[in-house]
Design a binder for this molecule. Structure first.
Ligand SMILES: Nc1nc2c(ncn2[C@@H]2O[C@H](COP(=O)(O)OP(=O)(O)OP(=O)(O)O)[C@@H](O)[C@H]2O)c(=O)[nH]1
Length: 190
C-alpha cells in the first residue's frame, strides 16, 4: 500500500510467549531505549520509518500480549498484517517450543502456506543460560521458509536487522510469482 507522500506502509506483528522481550525489542528499535523492569503488554502499536532496498517504508509494529498454547488466535494479528516477527528467548526452551505452535495458528488462520516471517532468538546476552541452540532455531526457520536471527534488546544487537529482515521477507513474498500473494480465507498476506 502506497500513500500520497510516497511512503509504503507495512504492518508487522510481533508475537511470542510472555516475557521473551517483544516489547523490549520494539522499544529499542523505535526509541533506542531498554528497561530492566517487566510490565506485561496489552496490545500496542508504534510506527517507525525504515529504508530498505532504496525505498522508504513506514512500518506499523503491533506489539502483542504474550501468547501460550491455549491462546485463541486473534484476528487483529492477521488481518492487514504484512509480516511477522516471532520471538523466543534463547534462555527459555518452552518459549522456543511455542514458535511452531504460533506459526501454525497464523498459517491456519490466513490459509496461506508461506507467510513473511522472521524467527528471533532474543536475550542473546544471556549466553550462560542458553537453552536453545542456534542450530535448532535455524532448522525450524528453514522448515518454515522464514528468516532467523538472534538479538539482544539490552545491548542493542541486531535489533534494526530484525525489521529489515522482515521487510525483506515481505517484499520477497509479495513478488508477482510468489504463492504468498494469493488471498485466501479471511486475510491476505500481501
Ligand atoms: N538480559 C536481557 N533481558 C531482556 C532482554 N530483552 C528483554 N529483557 C527483559 O525481559 C523481561 C521481559 O521483557 P518484555 O519486553 O516486557 O517482554 P514481552 O515479551 O513484551 O512480555 P509480555 O508483554 O508479557 O508478552 C524484562 O524484564 C526485560 O528487561 C534482553 O535482550 N536481554
Amino acid at each position: 500500500m502506497s500513500r500520497a507522500d510516497g511512503l509504503k506502509r507495512r504492518k508487522i506483528a510481533v508475537l511470542g510467549s510472555r516475557s521473551v522481550g517483544k516489547s523490549s525489542l520494539v522499544l529499542q528499535f523505535v526509541e533506542n531505549n531498554f528497561v530492566e523492569s517487566y510490565y506485561p503488554t496489552i496490545d500496542n502499536s508504534v510506527s517507525k520509518k525504515l529504508k530498505y532496498g532504496g525505498k522508504e517504508f513506514e512500518c506499523e509494529i503491533i506489539d502483542t500480549a504474550g501468547q501460550d498454547e491455549f491462546s485463541i488466535f486473534n484476528a487483529k494479528h492477521a488481518i492487514g498484517i504484512h509480516g511477522y516477527v516471532l520471538v523466543y528467548s534463547i534462555a527459555t526452551q518452552s518459549s522456543f517450543d511455542m514458535i511452531p505452535i504460533i506459526y501454525d495458528k497464523i498459517v491456519d488462520f490466513c490459509g496461506v502456506r508461506d507467510i513473511p516471517c522472521v524467527i528471533v532468538g532474543s536475550k542473546m546476552d544471556l549466553q550462560a543460560n542458553r537453552q536453545v541452540d542456534a542450530a535448532a532455531a535455524e532448522a525450524l526457520a528453514q522448515q518454515s521458509n522464514a528468516a532467523y536471527i538472534e538479538t539482544s534488546a539490552k545491548n542493542d544487537v541486531n535489533v534494526a536487522k530484525v525489521f529489515e529482515l522482515c521487510l525483506a521477507e515481505i517484499e520477497k513474498k509479495s513478488a508477482p510469482s510468489s504463492p504468498a500473494t494469493e488471498t485466501k480465507g479471511s486475510c491476505s498476506v500481501m
